[in-house]
Design a protein around this ligand. Structure first.
Ligand code: AHR
Length: 818
């Protein structure tokens, strides 16, 4: 067995180094937290690690949940006919073996995993045997494998290390160092004129939004429901450590104080919504209270629709009182509701607070001597977006609408493919009567009622004039699923962390996907089209995009399932544009494998993701320039991206680096069909991921600098990109890179749109003959210091002359006046 051969390896004396060879040492360090590291030595005594300044991880283990869980122990390299095979243990328990191949240590095959008892399948006939030794690199000792290799192997690795170092240096370019980097830079001039290159037809759906229920984006966020855990379906996490459960956000009191809540699952309101509150009243009656999501925010004189399902097991009639209270327990609105009978019934009331309340709560006064069962307690502002009853928070929805997104991707992100097969987002469980929806554990660590479900997403798209882009799992859960491998040994118990759906499950899953298309587009004579009509929308939703997969590991397990889904959808609905996936990074195994598959299957669009440093965006503006074009070339949906600085803030540095990069995206908008920044929404105090485009609490919405960039791009898109020549009067290459230009025409309105970015610390004068000299334009300027977080763009109508002054660190959009 390859992995075991470490201990039985034939010891090669280190003084028998063949001519033109050096020693190569392979190891992993830091208690498994590194990936494969390599060092070399001419004499077997003095070792140098491969990597400039610090050692490179040539490949990292991709097994298990994010971050520090992905570990590598006892890596063993073997020679194969095609290059190298690496095997390693994925944890210190040494139960699960991983394997990957490489020709050159730069590109690696997809990783495979097996229980130790099956690790024999990773064995190869080796043409050499490593020696297990301990060597000193710098001042630390490492245990690993040593073997002689031809000098050219190490020479190639040294060149690779140098290239990697140069890239890392570029990526690390930060604006806080600009006073040093650009110490001698003086304000400069750039002359712009139209080039002879043909125009580029701009994708009409270039700018969209990515919605995921992360950071309390849905429940407690965009979804306007004010009662938390309205269905008593909150469940504790697997270790039971998070305090979640059916009583979460609820309290029960009588005159003597706080009481435990009791729940039942017998004869529930609906099998999908099993748990309900079951109270046996004492003589004095109860107060049942819900604290909302960090309190309930109420506006004076607005109306709020309260409803709940109740049954009285003893029958009869009872008068309940429902109140909204401020945080000193003063009622600001009260209504009485008469409940009757021993069958579930829905009761409602409208409440109108007589004061503004920021941190209120709901109280239901249960009369004395009353046994009652309660479920689905709900409170909605009437003032939702477009007034929809099960609607969205108006301020947040309008903030999204203002971006003018051409499409909305939902429901994720990782939420779409879930934490393990049983957590994959099933669209059917998210539509229909609210009490019939299936609540779902959210892999970001909380709960989804799915009151904001597929139907509501589709309606929202329609309301804002955006195309829906649902993203569904490719029959595999999240590549970082913890639960696929948390067995009794806390390691993999079944094959592969992406142990995808078994065949019979996959068949019905594929049917679900076809049913979704019917739900969106089918006539009302069809089963699912009829359900859409029953749910209040007889007209089709005109679905044209369907995402399959989300930044998955492109393994055999993935590929097998993706192909089946892809072929089934293509066959039944050739008109639907499928959006495939190419992994979580802008390069690497999943990216390479994903693109290979895309080209083979002619997938119309693939979803690329990259969260990168501003330096990456500044220095990779040519990223798409060489992507293959052509009539049936696969296009790109840059579905998740953001500029990340230490501290994960959104500031002028992240905003300007993004704006700069987007000028290059617009230049390539024949091949980049769609983009969406991620994530979109984050509730203050409940943020799992930063930065986000929009932060909010119950009462207010805070827009980031990156929000304004998205808004300026989304609101200023033309349909023809006109290439421009730029002549600089500075030779400073770094400064030239920080100037971005994009000129577009909008054929519908005849408007010209010029976007100019200056991410330099000095002013830049743009002399141009692109716009009509002396003409009046709508000019939006956005500038500030790189670390500034609170900057707002300003728009004015101005005469634009041949010379345009761009302040330091600025973005300007100039558009023909309406
Ligand atoms: O945007 C946040 C997360 O980043 C998404 O859920 C996932 O797709 C990516 O890893």
């Amino acid at each position: 067995m390859a992995i075991m051969s470490i201990t039985s390896a034939k010891v090669v004396a280190l003084n028998t180094l063949p001519a033109d060879s050096v020693y190569l040492f392979s190891y992993a360090a830091d208690n498994g937290r590194t990936g494969l590291r390599l060092a070399y030595s001419e004499n077997g005594k003095d070792w140098k690690s491969l990597g400039v300044n610090s050692p490179i991880d040539f490949v990292k283990s991709d097994f298990g949940p994010w971050g520090s869980h992905k570990t590598m122990f006892d890596p063993v390299l073997k020679r194969t006919d095609a290059g190298w095979r690496l095997t390693w243990f994925v944890s210190g328990k040494r139960q699960t073996v991983a394997c990957a191949d490489s020709r050159d240590f730069k590109k690696w095959s997809p990783q495979q995993y097996a229980d130790i008892k099956d690790a024999g399948k990773f064995d190869v006939v080796s043409t050499d045997s490593p020696t297990e030794i301990t060597v000193k690199i710098g001042d630390k000792e490492y245990k690993g494998q040593c073997r002689p290799v031809e000098r050219k192997v190490v020479d190639t690795l040294l060149a690779f290390s140098q290239q990697r170092h140069e890239k890392d240096m570029q990526n690390a370019e930060r604006m806080e160092d600009d006073s040093i980097r650009f110490a001698d830079l003086k304000p400069f001039r750039v002359s712009l004129s139209r080039s002879d290159l043909p125009h580029v037809n701009v994708s009409p759906d270039l700018f969209g939004i990515f919605f995921e229920d992360i950071n309390y984006g849905a429940d407690g966020g965009l979804y306007a429901e004010l009662i938390q855990n309205r269905d008593f379906e909150y469940k504790p996490n697997e270790s039971g450590t998070d305090g979640w459960g059916p009583a979460f956000a609820w309290s029960l009191y009588d005159k003597s104080g706080k009481l435990p809540l009791s729940f039942s699952e017998t004869n529930p309101l609906h099998p999908n919504n099993k748990t309900y509150l079951s109270l046996s009243a004492n003589n004095k009656g109860f107060n049942l209270e819900n604290s909302g999501f960090d309190g309930i925010n109420l506006k004076k004189d607005n109306t709020y629709r309260f409803s709940f399902f109740v049954r009285l097991p003893q029958g009869g009639k009872r008068k309940f009182t429902v109140c909204l209270l401020d945080n000193s327990n003063n009622p600001v609105a009260t209504q009485r509701i008469t409940v009757s009978g021993n069958e579930w019934g829905k009761y409602s009331a409208v409440l109108k607070p007589n004061a503004d309340v920021k941190d209120g709560h709901l109280r239901i006064v249960i009369p004395s001597k009353t046994d009652c069962d309660i479920d689905m307690v709900s409170l909605f502002p009437s003032d939702t977006y477009k007034g929809r009853p099960n609607g969205l928070r108006r301020d947040l929805a309008e903030t999204l609408e203002a971006l003018k997104p051409k499409f909305v991707r939902f429901p994720g992100g990782c939420v779409a493919h879930g934490n393990g097969i049983d957590n994959i987002y099933d669209w059917k469980g998210s539509v229909g009567a609210l009490e019939e929806r299936k609540p779902l554990y959210n892999l970001w660590g909380y709960h989804q009622t799915r009151g904001l479900g597929y139907h509501e997403f589709l309606e929202f798209c329609e309301d804002i004039g955006a195309s829906p882009l649902p993203v569904l799992s490719a029959g595999v859960p999240c590549q970082n699923s913890g639960r696929a491998w948390c067995g009794s040994t806390n390691e993999l118990t079944t094959m592969g962390q992406q142990n995808g759906m078994p065949d019979d499950m996959l068949d019905s899953y594929i049917q679900d996907i076809l049913d979704l298309i019917e739900y969106c587009n089918g006539s009302t004579n069809t089963t699912w089209g009829a359900l859409r009509a029953k749910n209040g929308h007889p007209e089709p939703f005109n679905l044209k995009y369907l995402g399959i997969g989300n930044e998955d590991m492109i393994t055999e397990v993935f590929e097998e399932r993706f192909r089946k889904i892809y072929n089934a959808v293509r066959k039944a609905h050739p008109d639907i544009q499928i959006v495939g996936t190419v992994g979580p990074f802008f390069e690497g195994t999943d990216y390479d494998e994903g693109w290979r598959l895309a080209r083979e299957l002619h997938i119309p669009i693939v979803d690329e993701h990259y969260y990168v440093e501003p330096g990456w965006l500044i220095n990779n503006q040519d990223y798409y320039d060489d992507y293959s074009r052509g009539i049936d070339a696969t296009k790109v949906y840059l579905g998740e991206y953001a500029s990340h600085v230490p501290g994960r803030k959104s500031n002028m540095e992240t905003a300007l680096s993004t704006a700069l990069y987007l000028t290059a995206v617009e230049r390539n908008s024949d091949i980049v069909a769609m983009t969406s920044y991620a994530p979109l929404l984050a509730k203050k105090g409940h943020t799992q991921w930063r930065p986000d485009l929009i932060y909010f609490d119950n009462d207010s919405v805070n827009l980031t600098t990156d929000y304004y960039i998205q808004k300026l791009y989304g609101n200023n898109q033309g349909d023809k990109y006109l290439p421009v020549k730029a002549k600089f009067d500075t030779y400073n290459k770094a400064a030239r890179k920080r100037v971005g230009v994009s000129l577009m025409n909008d054929s519908k309105t005849g408007a010209q749109i010029l976007k100019l970015v200056n991410a330099n610390p000095v002013a830049v004068t743009v002399s141009q003959d692109l716009l009509s000299n002396g003409g009046e334009y709508e000019v939006t300027s956005f500038y500030g210091e790189p670390a500034d977080e609170q900057v707002v763009p300003m728009t004015e109508i101005k005469t634009v002359n041949a010379d345009i002054e761009l302040p330091p660190y600025s973005f300007m959009v100039i558009k023909t006046k309406k």
